[in-house]
Design a binder for this molecule. Structure first.
Ligand SMILES: *Cc1c(COP(=O)(O)O)cnc(C)c1O
Length: 391
């Protein structure tokens, strides 16, 4: 602005951003809806430049690149939550008249979206048993089947599916596959390398890692699917902030280290629980003898800190006494953070089509970064409180 302009006009244009003066380890966190274009020709050149901030700026691009490198993806779309990553991916590929096969152990809010939204748009939703063989699942699919949505292991009951086999059989039949890979965190298991078309995760959990940010991602290799996902985000008007993206990218730097520590501590705690007289069964794919252990050993490079165990059947008051006695474990949903959490899961299993006996009241634990000995001592005194009321 020249000195000929008014004080007001000069103030409106003062202090404009310049090129960053120096490089930092992390990306710049840009805040902006308006993007200033270099010339008139760029205004409508959406293919070569960002023309509006909703599409994401430096930090979003850096996070998306890092996730693509981790997952071996051609493109990664970011969503404002893990739930919207799944609903967004479903909306991006399904149309009226299609059928979607959804694993019965799917994250409960996804089930609600399928039942209450997809069905309104003429999409048939069919739930399948996670223990159904891949041959039966894919062989039994109707000609309208467009997509199989898996979650493996299920995040409450931990059934493992043979994801690579399902993906290979589905591909032969021209059916797309998607996996909610929040347990594998995009790191312990890489779905795209195993033939899955859409790798989805709640970054809210392990990638964020500190229980303070919501985000989700969907990754793909096929450029046409990458485009569909991107278009889908655009159509729905979703956007994630630079600060949140920066925070998730920061979490990603320590993801392998945290997963290794929490996975190992989780196995130590699970192994200890197995020997306690109050415990009926363990549900942890990385524990030998549990359902799906062979699949986990074949396909995964490690475990995260999330698993379940069944108390021996007892009145609800005993289950609540166990939870209420815990002092190191917090009582709360979500997982993937640095802190240990516990919940009782049975109330969430009511809407499932395929009922199974898990051995007794089901407790889900998330193992954080505390010392395993302190966690075990906490669980022991919780089990003592349970035993007093279990009779
Ligand atoms: C938490 C979770 C989601 C949803 O993530 P949000 O970011 O909370 O929306 C999806 N799938 C699984 C398995 C989850 O645990």
């Amino acid at each position: 602005m020249s000195r000929g302009h008014s004080d007001q006009t000069r103030l409106i244009h003062a202090g404009k951003t310049t090129e960053p003066l120096c490089r930092t380890v992390g990306p710049p966190v840009q805040k902006g809806s308006t993007v200033l274009l270099p010339d008139a020709a760029s205004l409508y050149d959406d293919d070569n430049c960002v023309t509006y901030g909703r599409a994401g700026l430096s930090a979003q691009a850096a996070l998306s690149d890092a996730l693509a490198a981790m997952e071996g993806a051609v493109g990664v779309s970011l969503y404002p939550s893990g739930l919207s990553a799944i609903s967004g991916a479903l909306l991006a590929v399904l149309k009226a008249g299609d059928e979607v096969l959804v694993v019965d152990t799917v994250y409960k809010p996804v089930r609600r979206f399928c039942d209450e939204v997809l069905t309104r748009f003429g999409i048939t939703v069919t739930y399948y048993d996670p223990l159904r063989s891949p041959e039966e699942l894919v062989g039994g699919a109707s000609d309208k089947a467009r997509l199989i949505l898996m979650e493996s292991p299920g995040s409450l009951t931990f059934e493992m599916q043979d994801v690579p086999r399902i993906a290979a059989l589905a591909r032969e039949r021209g059916i797309l596959t998607a996996l909610d890979n929040t347990w594998g965190a995009g790191f312990l298991f890489r779905p795209l390398e195993h033939g899955v078309d859409l790798s989805i995760q709640a970054l809210t959990k392990y990638a964020g890692g500190h229980s303070d940010v919501f985000m989700g991602s969907a990754a793909a290799r096929d450029p046409a699917l990458v485009r569909r996902l991107d278009d889908g985000v655009h159509h729905l008007g979703w956007s994630v902030s630079g600060e949140d993206s920066y925070q998730v990218l920061r979490g990603l730097r320590t993801l392998p280290t945290r997963l290794a520590a929490q996975g190992e501590a989780g196995l130590a705690v699970a192994g200890w629980l197995k020997g306690q007289p109050e415990v009926a069964a363990l549900h942890h794919p990385a524990l030998p003898g549990c359902q799906g252990h062979e699949l986990w050993a074949r396909d995964y490079s490690g475990a995260c800190g999330l698993f379940a165990f069944a108390l021996k059947p007892a009145p609800q008051a005993a289950v609540e006494a166990f939870l209420d006695a815990l002092q190191v474990f917090g009582l709360g949903f979500s997982w993937g953070g640095f802190e240990s959490l516990a919940i009782w899961s049975d109330p969430q299993l009511k809407r499932r089509r395929f009922k199974r006996d898990y051995g007794g009241p089901l407790i889900r634990l998330h193992i954080g970064l505390e010392t395993p000995g302190d966690l075990i001592a906490d669980l022991r005194q919780g089990l003592d409180a349970y035993a007093k009321l279990a009779g």
